[in-house]
Design a protein around this ligand. Structure first.
Ligand code: ADP
Ligand code: ZN
Length: 610
């Protein structure tokens, strides 16, 4: 299938934006970056997911002479990327291990003939001398290095083949290089620049804020019920991702959702490749599918209409949390990032860090990552401000996170903290046996459980001193002490132990302010805020939108591409609201470029006329 070539001769960047992509304006940063690369400059681009990184190399590739060579680790997604470009009339193709010999030959010949605007390559392929020879035989407009954080050895996505990309500018010194990533603490940023030899490149750092994502972190009480309530009350019929830590919980949660009438599919590294590919394809191609996954799922998934990302387990770092939640709402429409976390998560992850492989420095680094994540969970300030601060950026209280919408109450938990710590101290002195959080809470609440009786713990002075708080509130106290390092988890048995910080609390040298545990998440206000944001679509436009969606589903199916390759939700919403009556009017809608106008324009008008 060759795409019909648009004649872009002499078009400048803004004309290409309008004619090919159907957009009127560049987003923040895009214009400058594109101008710089079109002029032949090297660039390192840090932009959040959904910020619009692809245009930053696609437009220069179209404006400059020759083929833009895109290095990407995401072989499984290349076909979709290429399909999406072809739907716009761009001549794109890819070379990776999924092609047979003859198919490769065809792509290579097209490249040599100068008939490709964009060529996607896996990094391991670019290392081959044969590939480099091929590139020498053609005209290269630029090199784009996507997911550039894969060059970072400390990140979780390290790909050794990325290290070799530093040699690109030795072999092709005149070809501009643009590296792009959505992962970037200041340290990762420096590492990428160094390893890709981009020190002299211009660095473009966009704001990492994702204003359309509503961040919510809620205490985990009954995770399944909480998840189901979220999906039923706020995200019925929506596509979304549910992240779990283990393969077995992925399987169980997927089954649970299916049993409750929600179209959910599992995804984890233990499934065979065929099942994984099939589940991913259904998530991308059908409307309203929920994927339940370990973090093995998601990098490079550019489905624009993921309406929610739910975490049922605590992510190990803020960076991971930001990456995973960032997969929601690429299309800019209101979306939810929801995390339920509880005492067990803290205990489990602390233990995991303590017993992890690697040297002390590695463990300390992991410990710091976890501390930052816990601080984000326990904050009484705006989540977004804290999240941005982690990336070295400033923000204002956002009005679109749980702490802004329902400010948490804080209370003086010093005495409660002392009760917990002295109970742990008394138990620790026994040395005979170690006890976990549940047992400590039973003692404080004065419960005569078999274990309490067996060890005569009803005779301890702390027995029953905590009848003023509920078990749930005590779990909150223990969790917050662990989160702040005022209490520790023994790696061997997962039991509680005192830390250096504990002593100062026991000696009343410091106050401990705690976040109050809601007995039930107050969600009326949140739901109202989410609805207000989603209410962009006027009431009378809703049935028209559904009609257009049905037309899109049929058209996508016929062509074997994901629906968003035909049109994004955002474009369909605008069409449903504006109801254009001519092709000319339709062409002014965002996301309707020349190629799509020619291909679908009449069908859209017919659908609207019905
Ligand atoms: P990233 O790769 O940074 O995650 P994408 O390049 O996939 O982001 O872009 C995210 C979404 O924003 C896509 O749906 C894209 O079509 C859209 N988009 C990008 N640039 C613009 C623009 N200038 N105007 C309108 N929509 C845009
Ligand atoms: Zn906020």
């Amino acid at each position: 299938m060759t795409a019909p070539a648009l004649d872009l001769h002499d078009s400048d960047a803004s004309q290409v934006l309008r004619r090919v992509f159907g957009y009127d304006e560049f987003r923040e940063g895009q214009g400058e970056i594109i101008e710089h690369v079109v002029a032949g400059g090297d660039a390192l681009v840090l932009m959040p997911t959904g910020g619009g990184k692809s245009l930053c190399y696609q437009i220069p590739a179209l404006v400059r002479r020759g083929t833009g060579v895109v290095v990407s680790p995401l072989i499984a997604l290349m076909q979709d990327q290429v399909d999406a470009l072809r739907a716009l009339g761009v001549r794109a193709d890819f070379l990776n291990s999924s092609l047979d010999y003859d198919q490769q030959r065809v792509v290579e010949a097209t490249f040599r003939a100068g008939e490709l605007d964009l060529l996607y390559l896996a990094p391991e392929r670019l290392r081959l001398e044969s590939t480099q020879k091929l590139l020498d035989g053609g005209d290269i407009a630029l090199f784009a290095i996507d997911e550039a954080h894969c060059v970072s050895q400390w990140g979780h996505d390290f790909r050794p083949d990325y290290l070799a990309l530093s040699a690109l500018h030795e072999r092709w010194p005149d070809v501009p290089r643009i590296a792009l990533t959505a992962t970037a603490t200041p340290a990762t940023h420096q590492e990428i620049a160094g390893r890709l030899r981009l020190e002299d490149a211009r660095h473009f750092v966009a704001s990492f804020d994702r204003p359309n994502i509503q961040y919510r972190i809620t205490p985990k009480t009954e995770p399944r019920r909480q998840l189901l309530e979220l999906l039923r009350t706020e995200h019925a019929g929506d596509a979304g991702i549910v992240y779990c830590l283990s393969r077995s919980s992925v399987e169980k949660i997927a089954e649970f959702l299916v049993a409750n009438g929600i179209p959910a599919l599992p995804y984890h590294a233990g499934l065979d490749a065929g099942t994984r590919a099939a589940n991913q394809a259904r998530f991308l191609r059908e409307d309203g599918v929920v994927i339940v996954a370990t973090i093995a799922f998601g990098m490079g998934i550019d489905k624009p209409d993921v309406r929610f990302v739910a975490h049922l387990d605590l992510p190990k770092s803020v960076e991971g949390y930001y990456q995973e939640t960032g997969r929601a709402g690429r299309d800019g429409l209101p979306s939810t990032a929801w995390l339920a976390y509880g005492l067990q998560d803290v205990v489990q992850l602390r233990k995991l860090v303590e017993t992890s492989d690697g040297d002390d420095a590695h463990r300390r680094r992991q410990g710091r990552h976890l501390d930052s994540m816990l601080a984000l969970c326990e904050t009484v300030e705006c989540r977004r401000v804290q999240l941005l601060a982690y990336f070295g950026q400033e923000g204002k209280p956002c009005g679109n996170c749980d702490t802004c919408l329902t400010p948490p109450e804080s209370w003086d938990g010093t005495i409660a903290a002392q009760k917990v710590l002295s109970a742990v101290y008394r138990l620790d002195r026994e040395r005979r046996q170690r006890f976990g959080a549940g047992h400590v809470i039973d003692i404080l609440m004065g419960k005569k459980t078999p274990k309490v009786i067996q060890f005569d713990h009803d005779e301890l002075t702390v027995f029953g001193v905590g009848a003023d708080l509920s078990a749930n509130e005590w779990r909150g106290v223990v969790r917050q002490l662990l989160a702040r390092g005022l209490l520790a988890v023994e790696p061997d048995h997962g039991t509680l132990a005192l830390t250096d910080g504990s002593a100062s609390v026991l000696r009343r040298e410091r106050e401990v302010l705690m976040r109050r545990e809601p007995e039930r998440t107050p969600k009326a206000k949140l739901a109202k805020a989410a609805k207000a944001a989603a209410a962009e679509l006027p009431e009378e436009a809703a049935p028209v939108f559904e009609k257009l969606r049905a037309w899109r589903a049929a058209s996508a199916k016929e062509q074997g591409v994901p629906p968003y390759v035909v049109f994004h939700d955002k474009t369909l919403r605008e069409i449903a609201t504006v109801r254009p009556s001519s092709l000319e009017e339709l062409s002014t809608v965002n996301g309707v470029g020349e190629n799509k106008l020619a291909k679908y324009g009449q069908q859209i008008l017919d659908t609207l006329a019905e």
